[in-house]
Ligand binder design. Structure first.
Ligand code: SF4
Length: 425
């Protein structure tokens, strides 16, 4: 059954790789290793449901080209592949676990460099995301990955973006070398607790996974690298709650161990009694976690405020709206007087709108018209603000909102924002 699954996926990827068909063997490897890489989302658009543009490349989530976004909203296509899908470990949730019966292949460092360079020259990609299964030892594997990157940088003079996945257990020297060659590095924590790691990824442990994150942080604090590493946590493979997941994320952010935590919906590819029996990956949960992560980092929310009634996020509403509906006593926020952090509590008002509102106050009185001109999205915010004591909604709406706020918003079209996630480089 598992082999069938892989065959179907392989078939779905055979269209479109025009530029590679000249090299049949390389093309076959690319198909296999692209599938294997597609389950790692720590620089991809996993939650965006955004289709990959054509470029003669297969559309859809199993393409080798993934999109990631810069902080200014620019979309950056990356070639995302594995060095090898051979792995000595047996993480239960992973397609590449050693017990799975699937075609095993490896790229040579030269092949990776050539492939990346060709895609880059044809403007299909702006960079490379390179990961790998663990060959013999973490250092053996990392050395091959680094060799590929060195060839790419030195022989092909590649100046594009490179994201390298660090292999758990690699030596400090190789971490330094990876940081000197790549723009970004990441190491996946995979699961939010030691207990879950023991059950689902028995060869891994928190000390093993946290060590490279600490190393990169130290180099970052000594100004030897531009940023800490990023990490990924799988959502829904273990019974851990959203609060547990976000509390780990918060600790990692506070200790400056990571620059980003990526949440990746568990995709069921293996059968194992230790894994949950689910039909669909929990993409909406993944999306809500990204939203809550932003509340923690940029909106001044505390973990206990987000999880005041449950250890899991309410999937019906984005976490900020859910908090507002539970805390109607905080509203309406007086838009002419509220400070930055109070404005950020208003559903629909983000950092940009809040800054614009505060700035606009210096130049004249605020009105609904002025807010619209400032680009403040009033569709949702109007239920939670007033201007000089005057509400922007009707008396009837106000009464309905107070009577049963959750029901009121459930019946509004704007109850859920679309699961579009901005993943930044
Ligand atoms: S170490 Fe990585 S590639 Fe190997 S089984 Fe675990 S998750 Fe998969």
């Amino acid at each position: 059954m598992f082999l069938n699954y892989v065959k179907i996926k392989l078939k779905s990827m055979t269209k479109g790789f025009q530029i590679l068909k000249s090299s049949k063997e390389l093309f076959e490897k690319l198909k296999i290793l692209a599938i294997s890489a597609s389950y790692d989302n720590s620089c991809s658009s996993s939650g965006s449901r955004r289709e990959t543009p054509a470029y003669g490349i297969e559309k859809g989530p199993l393409s080798v080209i993934y999109h990631t976004w810069t902080a200014d909203g620019r979309c950056v296509p990356l070639l995302k592949i594995l060095l090898t899908n051979i792995c000595r470990n047996s993480c239960k949730y992973c397609i590449n676990r050693r017990d799975n019966d699937l075609p095993r292949v490896s790229f040579t460092p030269e092949e990776i460099a050539k492939l990346t360079s060709e895609f880059y020259r044809k403007n299909y990609i702006e960079g490379l995301f390179l990961s790998s299964g663990i060959y013999r030892t973490p250092d053996d594997t990392m050395e091959l990955m680094l060799k590929a990157v060195k060839i790419l940088r030195k022989r092909y003079h590649f100046s594009g973006y490179i994201h390298l996945k660090l292999i758990p257990g690699l030596s400090k020297e190789l971490i330094k070398e990876a940081l000197s060659l790549a723009d970004r590095v990441s190491i996946n924590l995979e699961l939010p607790t030691e207990t879950s790691l023991k059950v689902l990824a028995p060869e891994k442990s928190f000390p093993l996974l946290l060590e490279p994150l600490r190393e990169v942080r130290e180099l970052y604090e000594n100004k030897m690298v531009k940023a800490p590493a990023s990490t990924q946590i799988i959502i829904g493979a273990s019974p851990d709650t959203d609060k547990t997941i976000l509390s780990l994320a918060k600790t990692l952010y506070n200790k400056k161990m990571v620059r980003r935590v990526y949440y990746s919906a568990y995709i069921p590819v293996n059968r194992d009694p230790a894994l949950p029996a689910i039909e669909e990956p929990p993409f909406l949960r993944e999306h809500r976690l990204y939203q809550a992560d932003w509340l923690l980092r940029f909106y001044g929310f505390d973990l206990d405020e987000i999880f005041e009634v449950s250890e899991n996020l309410d999937l019906r509403f984005d976490p900020k709206l859910a908090w507002a509906l539970r805390n109607l006593h905080f509203f309406p926020v007086e838009i002419t007087k509220a400070d930055y952090w109070e404005l950020l509590r208003v559903p629909g008002i983000g950092p940009t709108s809040a800054k614009r509102i505060i700035e606009a106050r210096k130049y004249g009185p605020l009105s609904e018209e002025v807010l619209k001109n400032l680009g403040v999205p009033l569709k949702r915010a109007k239920y939670f603000i007033c201007i000089n004591g005057k509400s922007l909604i009707t008396h009837k709406e106000e009464k309905a909102l107070k009577r049963n706020s959750f029901h009121f918003f459930t019946n509004l079209e704007i109850k859920n924002s679309q699961p579009v996630i901005m993943i930044f480089l």
